[in-house]
Design a protein around this ligand. Sequence first.
Ligand code: FAS
Ligand code: PHB
Length: 406
Amino acid sequence: MRTTVGIIGAGPAGLLLARLLRNAGIDSVVLESRDRAYVERRQRAGILEQGTADVLRAAGAGERMDREGLRHDGIELRFERERHRVDFPARTGGSSVLVYAQTEVCKDLIALQLKEGGPLLFGAEALAVEGALTDRPRIRFRHEGHEGHEGHEGDEGDEGHEDVLDCDYVVGCDGFRGVARKAVPAGLSHVFERTYPFGWLGILADVAPSHDELVYARHDRGFALLSMRSPAVSRLYLQVPEGTEAGEWADEEIWDELERRFETGDAWRLERGPVTSKSVTPMRSYVHEPMRYGRLFLAGDAAHIVPPTGAKGLNLAVGDVVTFARALTHLGDTGSAERLDAYSETCLRRVWQAERFSYDMTTLLHRAPGATAFDDRIQLARLRRVATSRAAETDLAEGYTGFPLE
Ligand code: FAS
Ligand code: PHB
């Protein structure tokens, strides 16, 4: 097989890149190791920045998003039983965010790709990227199923067959545990990482959200987040010690702990309902520099990870693939590779702003094990600063609604 752009991974980064390239008249092939059902059901991000929604709309993938997405003009910070609303439009000159889950974005993009796009191969696991420094890089992969098949897993014992995809460019959109990053020689890789002594236990529940906007709560017992998927489905998170298994928490224990951490001085109540999914997300900040090696480009979680506190992960991935698609289009239009050559630096300027914001928001709201009385007072002073200072509230509102694409 051969194509102009070989894309590894059919998460939001890979799927959106394939769509952007198709709209620019550039052919690509997407290789996804898992099946369609896995990609469409994987519970992950929930918030789209306005810039992300604009990109999806312009790419022709915004119809259901505009119909079902929930526009939010603010979030509530909760601490010491107080409630403080951060007003996005007032502090950012009109920006807001859209509540529309990553699962839905992927469903929309998969449907478009299968209907109008190039090959999207599920059950196709990339084994290695070869020849990144040549003008003919290639992806060695093992393929069990067929193009766009409906979530078919290989037959029992079917190891699939090995194949090679010859490309002009390879974009690794294969997430934190993918193979693309491994093609960059260790001597040229610079990794910047921070792990946290806690993670998030996340649940989906069939109950109307108890607040019309997201609630971020800082409590002596730990952080809690109230989010949502629709007017009838709540998404909630609880800070838990690192290494926690989802099964360690019974549903009622989760609701009891959420209730404690969301406590307020008024009559607000947390409504409960049947828990339909439960999982634990580890917490990490991670950046791999550079995001390019010859004809291999890294995008999304394959290059960087942020703690989900600031809802940046998916939105950063979108920025990377828009930058790549524009740079390749520029090469085709003008013959100049200047934007491709600037890809890594361009993306990293925005990545590090999001890393700083996500780190700030995570340390603002989570009480780390071993936090001292001094740490607690500093944290509460930071929160009170956001609640009372227009400048501090603006910094949070600008970070949350998204950093502009260059
Ligand atoms: P993804 O990891 O989404 O996609 C990579 C794809 O590549 C996967 O489908 C994988 O199967 C495939 N792949 C991997 N190796 C391969 C190989 N060798 N060959 C072929 N395919 C391969 N972000 C937020 O903004 N808010 C959140 O609440 C949030 N919650 C999260 C919860 C969890 C558990 C995790 C892990 C992340 C969360 N994130 C959140 C971040 C998340 O949304 C990512 O930023 C987003 O999925 C990034 O998209 P991609 O870069 O496409 O990577
Ligand atoms: C979500 O709805 O999954 C979500 C929302 C905001 C975050 C993280 C996750 O900061």
